[in-house]
Design a protein around this ligand. Structure first.
Ligand code: MF3
Ligand code: CO
Ligand code: CO
Length: 326
């Protein structure tokens, strides 16, 4: 199946007739799309072995929301630590695959295999009918890029967003990787976006309002005149991939809800070289910057503790003695 938007731009001169057949000059028609990401072919659905427990949306594609407690039990938190470490390890390994010439499809295949090898379910697969097991977002793609036949080019930046479902809970983490030689402006964007995420994480403290997180992120991004994407936010997470809790990455004075020990949510700022506005491709998933400027993203799943926070998606060893690890 093709999720294609626009045919690849031919190498035309500005005054030539546009390749699309509009009869207009190329420069007045499609020239502004030069260098933009073009969708490739999306391969068929990858099966998950029957013995792996699935989240409720896996069969239908429709996430059914229920009123999950915001403050998690110690048992759920232990399970989330495991899911988080697994997601972090898979993200780290997937990142090692990133290189010029590799297709996002190949990265998806690898993430899918690593996930099912761990007897986990790749949370993106069929979530709201998302067709693949990881999100791959290249250059101006903000998030929710669908892995396809497009090969990475030297100079691209790519975000890989890995989420695992195991023991009834999700762990969600992402990072942006450089493909070969990347220009200094994009490299700085990627570095500052990671700093934004950490500043957001460091602001997590019990008793503080959620607006502190967006304030810390936006303050840092503004120093570089970067855009902070507004249409996509961090989210409560646990037994559900996304709960009703939303975490803006910009300062929103209305975000007065207070952080409490036991809460679990993601912080996942998307920062752009241009404006904050986004558009969505006809595939209904791929979110791109409206101005075509590049964006980067980093994400961790966070637990509020009695005196601050824990990062649940840091790579590390999983205790083999945990009773629920098979
Ligand atoms: N992992 C993404 C997030 O950080 C959500 C992806 S939804 C999908 O919230 F369906 F695209 F996978
Ligand atoms: Co998330
Ligand atoms: Co994610």
């Amino acid at each position: 199946m093709t999720s294609s938007t626009i045919a690849p731009p031919a190498s035309l001169s500005a005054n030539d007739p546009c390749w699309c057949g509009s009869g207009r000059k190329y420069k007045r028609c499609h020239k502004h799309l030069e260098g933009r990401i073009v969708a490739g072919e999306v391969s068929p659905y990858r099966p998950v072995p029957a013995h792996i427990p699935r989240p409720p949306y896996a069969e239908t594609g429709i996430p059914v929301r229920w009123d999950e407690p915001r403050i998690k039990s110690p048992e759920i938190i232990e399970k989330m630590r495991f899911a988080g470490i697994l997601a972090a390890e898979i993200l780290r390994k997937a990142g090692e695959k990133v290189a010029p010439g590799v297709t996002t499809e190949e990265i998806d295949e690898y993430v899918h295999q690593l996930t099912i090898d761990a007897d986990a379910y790749p949370s993106p697969l069929n979530y709201g009918h998302f067709p693949k097991s990881v999100c791959t977002s290249v250059n101006e793609v903000i998030c929710h890029g669908i892995p396809d036949s497009r090969a990475l080019l030297d100079g691209d930046i790519i975000n890989l967003d890995v989420t695992c479902f195991i023991n009834g809970v999700h762990g969600d983490t992402n990072a942006t990787f450089l493909v070969g030689n990347v220009d200094p402006a994009s490299r700085q964007l990627v570095k500052v976006t990671e700093e934004c995420m950490w500043l957001g994480i460091e602001s997590v403290k019990p008793g503080r309002p959620f607006s502190d997180i967006g304030k810390a992120i936006e303050t840092h991004a503004k120093k570089f005149r970067y855009g902070v994407i507004r249409s996509f936010v961090g989210h409560g997470i646990g037994e559900q991939f996304h709960t009703d809790l939303q975490i803006a990455h910009y300062f929103d004075p209305r975000a007065t809800t207070v952080m409490r020990p036991g809460m679990t949510f993601t912080i996942e700022p998307m920062i752009s070289l241009g404006g904050w506005q986004n558009k969505t491709w006809p595939d209904h998933w791929t979110a791109v910057t409206a101005d075509g400027k590049r964006t980067a993203q980093y994400e961790h799943t966070i637990l509020v503790t009695d005196d601050g926070h824990d990062v649940l998606t840091a790579p590390g060893a999983v205790s083999p003695s945990a009773p629920w690890t098979r």
